[in-house]
Design a binder for this molecule. Structure first.
Ligand SMILES: NC(=O)c1ccc[n+]([C@@H]2O[C@H](COP(=O)([O-])OP(=O)(O)OC[C@H]3O[C@@H](n4cnc5c(N)ncnc54)[C@H](OP(=O)(O)O)[C@@H]3O)[C@@H](O)[C@H]2O)c1
Length: 216
């Protein structure tokens, strides 16, 4: 969902003249700037040539329901991300941007948060000029498949939206489109070093950018 929103953003952008997507199966999108690469993610290193780019955006991730085992979940969320980042490092990309999750913590008692935290930690050990980590809460948007747990959580959050104030603000659901926009603006910012964004920062960044473009 985030990847799809981001792709639209990048294709619309005048700052990117070419966009390459790594997919398992072709996506229904054609555009003069777009190159689709059908990737066998277990052999990611074979696709090194595609990493000679400015920015790499990683929106990949699975669910425990789909992965079925913890090992498979780790393979997708941790290993694929890290291997892509290592290729990005080797090819000297300027920016690597990664969708993590709220609560990411390598010491968390929750498996999902722990894997995200360990991925963040491993990424920070690499020497990439600019690393941006996004920690969204529950994502909202038009998803093709129906995910009962996410929909239930979304309805619950909607009902209790008044409670997301103060220190709870960061748990308020965020639109996948906003995460994608925040990633896009972060890539354009050319800020060096490691940057971690919680939901309120992502929302703030988008509002600020929109405000600026209205003023121009
Ligand atoms: N959903 C939430 O509420 C939520 C909240 C916080 C953080 N996040 C994180 O945000 C990120 C983006 O979430 P999303 O909801 O936008 O994800 P999504 O819609 O489920 O998309 C995930 C992407 O990863 C790819 N993928 C999954 N398993 C794969 C595998 N085994 N091999 C290769 N590619 C694989 C999918 O490819 P296909 O299209 O081929 O399946 C898809 O392109 C994820 O890392 C997720 O953990 C999600």
């Amino acid at each position: 969902m985030v990847g799809g929103e981001l792709l639209e953003q990048l294709l619309r952008s005048e700052h990117y003249e070419r966009v390459t997507v790594f997919v398992r199966k072709p996506i229904a999108c054609t555009h003069e700037k777009l190159q689709q690469v059908i990737v066998h993610f277990d052999q990611l290193e074979q696709y090194e040539e595609y990493f000679h780019v400015d920015d790499v955006f990683s929106c990949l991730g699975t669910t425990m329901k789909k992965a079925k085992t913890r090992q498979q979940f780790i393979k997708v969320d941790y290993e694929y991300t890290l291997r892509a980042a290592k290729l990005a490092e080797k090819c000297h990309v300027k920016t690597f941007l990664f969708v993590s999750a709220i609560g990411a913590d390598p010491h968390s008692m929750f498996f999902y948060n722990r894997v995200k935290g360990e991925t963040e930690e491993a990424l920070q050990r690499l020497t990439i000029r600019s690393l941006h980590i996004f920690r969204p809460s529950l994502l909202t948007g038009a998803r093709e498949e129906f995910r009962l747990a996410e929909k239930t959580a979304e309805w619950f959050c909607y009902g209790f939206s008044f409670a997301f104030v103060g220190k709870w603000k960061k748990y308020k659901p965020i639109a996948a489109k906003q995460v994608a926009e925040a990633m896009y603006y972060a890539a354009l910012s050319e800020k060096q070093g490691v940057h971690i964004y919680e939901c309120s920062e992502m929302k703030g960044q988008c509002e600020q950018k929109r405000g600026l473009s209205r003023q121009q």
